[in-house]
Design a protein around this ligand. Structure first.
Ligand SMILES: [Fe+2]
Length: 127
């Protein structure tokens, strides 16, 4: 739950966002897109496993997993709250795939909701 349904699930859209932020360096863009492809399986694994396992989980197990998800989401939200806005990066840094801190946090929060919280709720987890 912690690693695959929360952490890996949000890493893919964030990596994709970083790849999109790469403004003009074709090699770096290709590397980032390759990483996104490689990571995609990690982002799906937790959900594939959960789909298979969910019928074997009793209410205590579901509550335990929901608590783990809530704990991990709270840690992420706290870490994003503590991120200090950084001054705008120089243009040449964007070529390296740099996302501005506010854009990163905005995407991370949106992704946590759409790619973690909503699917968990749809599966009956209280998060
Ligand atoms: Fe990964």
């Amino acid at each position: 739950m912690r690693v695959f349904c929360v952490g890996e699930a949000i890493s893919i859209p964030l990596l994709r966002g970083t790849a999109r932020a790469t403004t003009h360096h074709p090699l770096l863009r290709a590397v980032l897109h390759r990483i996104v492809k490689d990571e995609a399986a990690h982002g799906r694994f937790g959900w594939i496993f959960l789909d298979w396992a969910i019928d074997f989980l009793d209410s205590d197990a579901r509550a335990h997993l929901a608590a783990i998800a809530r704990d991990e989401m709270a840690k992420l939200l706290e870490s994003w709250d503590q991120m200090k806005p950084q001054p705008a990066a120089a243009d040449d840094v964007h070529a390296l795939g740099w996302m501005e801190s506010q854009a990163y946090v905005d995407l991370a929060r949106l992704t946590l909701d759409t790619d973690v919280r909503q699917p968990l709720r749809a599966s009956g987890f209280s998060v």
